[in-house]
Write a protein that binds this ligand. Structure first.
Ligand SMILES: [Ca+2]
Ligand SMILES: [Ca+2]
Ligand SMILES: [Ca+2]
Length: 247
């Protein structure tokens, strides 16, 4: 049987710290787990506390997370999915919170003010709320079309990827390079059928990445390829440049 689900609507006011609690007649034997999802189905597990704190006693649960007004889904399940629990009470509560402003720290799941995102810059100790920059290129489903020779300045912000699409001929030769001066970059080349042709991550932070035909197990097949670059640990990077040639 699927786990019970509940929709929680947070009123359209300020952001809140949302608390969901389960209680049963005997929390010493009933081991519940709570999961909270946003309207897009993304699990919220970066809150100020874990999403399965044993509370109010023993094995009952309390999940706390900071959220903006909207609809959220709470799922209740049994730890291990190997026992039945009857008579669970699910309750919700929230308290208004103040979002963090520009350059404020957000290490513990604090919400950033609108227009800001909590990011971890390469080389910084703390995660901070920073302005969301213009994205140079979309992700793999929405790449920026380019033609050789390629010279694209990009910055990686908050765990995103920047992807570029271009035509390659049968058995084409090519070479892509990044300086790797900011962050531990990873290159991924996807062929025209959407199959990963190469995952290239030779060096750690500060090392360049190069991807050529020689890195591929097979010759290229003509088609539209997509090259994506992202940061290995989802750090935000300063501007790097992706270069590509195909003589
Ligand atoms: Ca970008
Ligand atoms: Ca992007
Ligand atoms: Ca690398």
């Amino acid at each position: 049987m699927p786990a019970p689900r509940f929709r929680i609507t947070v009123p359209p006011t300020d952001p809140v710290q949302l608390t969901i609690t389960t209680n049963t007649a005997d929390c010493s034997t009933s081991d519940t787990v709570l999961d909270i999802f946003d309207a897009a189905g993304v699990q919220l597990d970066d809150g100020p506390t874990d999403d399965d704190i044993n509370y109010p006693a023993d094995r009952c649960s309390r999940a706390m997370t900071n959220v903006w007004p909207g609809d959220y889904t709470v799922c209740v399940r049994e730890f291990g999915n190997d026992a039945a629990i009857a008579g669970i009470t699910v309750s919700s509560a929230w308290t208004t919170i103040t979002p963090v402003g520009l350059a404020g720290t957000c290490n513990a799941g604090e919400l950033c003010a609108l227009g800001l995102q909590c990011v971890h810059w390469v080389g910084m100790t703390d995660r901070i709320c920073d302005s969301v920059p213009t994205d140079e290129a979309g992700d793999r489903t929405n790449p920026k079309p380019v033609l050789f020779p390629i010279s694209e300045a990009f910055m990686l912000f908050g765990g995103e990827e920047d992807c570029y699409s271009f035509p390659l001929g049968d058995a084409a030769t090519f070479s892509f390079t990044t300086p790797g001066t900011s962050g531990d970059l990873v290159l991924e080349l996807w062929d025209g059928t959407g199959t990963l042709a190469r995952h290239q991550d030779a060096g750690a932070a500060g090392y360049p990445e190069t991807l050529t035909q020689a890195n591929l197990a097979a010759p290229t097949v003509a088609g539209t390829y997509v090259l994506c670059v992202y940061e290995f640990s989802d750090y935000s990077t300063m501007t790097n440049t992706l270069s590509g040639t195909s003589p």
